[in-house]
Design a protein around this ligand. Sequence first.
Ligand SMILES: NC(=O)c1ccc[n+]([C@@H]2O[C@H](COP(=O)([O-])OP(=O)(O)OC[C@H]3O[C@@H](n4cnc5c(N)ncnc54)[C@H](OP(=O)(O)O)[C@@H]3O)[C@@H](O)[C@H]2O)c1
Length: 320
Amino acid sequence: MLHPKNTEIYFTLNNGNRMPALGLGTANEVEQIPETKQAVKAAIKAGYRLIDTAWAYRCEQHIGEALKELFEEGVIKREDIFITTKVWPTHWDKADESISRSLENLGVDYVDLVLQHWPLCFNRVESADGIDGIDRNPTHEDGSPNINEAGDYLDTFKQLERMYLAKDPRFKAIGVSNYPVEYLQRLLKECKVVPAVNQVELHPFLPQLELVEFCTAHHIVLEAFSPFGATGAPLVKDSAVEAIAQKHAGDTNNVLLSYHIRQGIVVVPRSVNPKNIVSNIEFVPLTKDDIKTLNHIGLADPKRFRDEPFAGSIPGFGEK
Ligand SMILES: NC(=O)c1ccc[n+]([C@@H]2O[C@H](COP(=O)([O-])OP(=O)(O)OC[C@H]3O[C@@H](n4cnc5c(N)ncnc54)[C@H](OP(=O)(O)O)[C@@H]3O)[C@@H](O)[C@H]2O)c1
């Protein structure tokens, strides 16, 4: 039986817009940041139509260069692709400024989705090696995160909501990232706009079934980050994932991606390797039982690969 490629599958957001099921992640390691340009070009040429980025990834300009060339070469038009960017906690009270910076870096007039990157508020600290002169992860002398204690994480989404309701032409949809159920419940009580997307770490080692159920019930599309367990892709070598791959005569990377897409979850694997970028588009027709088996890998003892040192105050983070 012929199956669609992951790049041909789209999901509908709660504002009616369509979002591709597979995207290219771009949170590259510092030394790989310049490779983002060729990675984006390879991905778009392979059929990807979603690029996941953020001000904090320091690669928006490289993406902008790739897009400019792709537009000039006639490979795609702006309206053919879906671009996501994010507002980092150093801009928690300046979402408007963050969006303008990202658009300028990307060289486009609008993005398709803006996410609040983390439900956290950092104090802004200047730094010569920072991004645009701003320290990305400000810390106190003892190494603890420099959190703005008076700040309210929900203010950032409220700013996005105000701009969205005022029909700001710079973006088409708004959402959140790294929001646990408790924070979403508060958001839904205090805001009118339901986030279109919640981007979180999700994979068989961290199945987050309660969050998946909550987001599905509230028409919030989940978007999975670190589908391979981040740098080095440890999950691609996992024996339980391998057993499912063998059953379908497929590859483990594709099992890990289809695990999400089969459940209506967008997934954004990162790669700067053109061979891997192309191989990640193959869909595997996993059954409900396969998904149950995969969920069981991390149910009893879930593992986060991106447990950021600054995220300890968020429920579900820093527990180990
Ligand atoms: N919202 C947030 O807070 C947040 C946090 C983390 C990540 N994200 C987003 O999610 C994206 C993905 O997550 P991630 O960057 O943590 O890592 P990931 O996608 O889980 O894994 C990246 C690693 O997988 C390797 N890889 C890719 N395809 C492969 C394949 N077919 N076979 C073997 N290895 C493969 C890559 O190496 P090669 O380059 O050599 O292929 C890279 O080392 C990020 O780039 C970012 O866009 C968001």
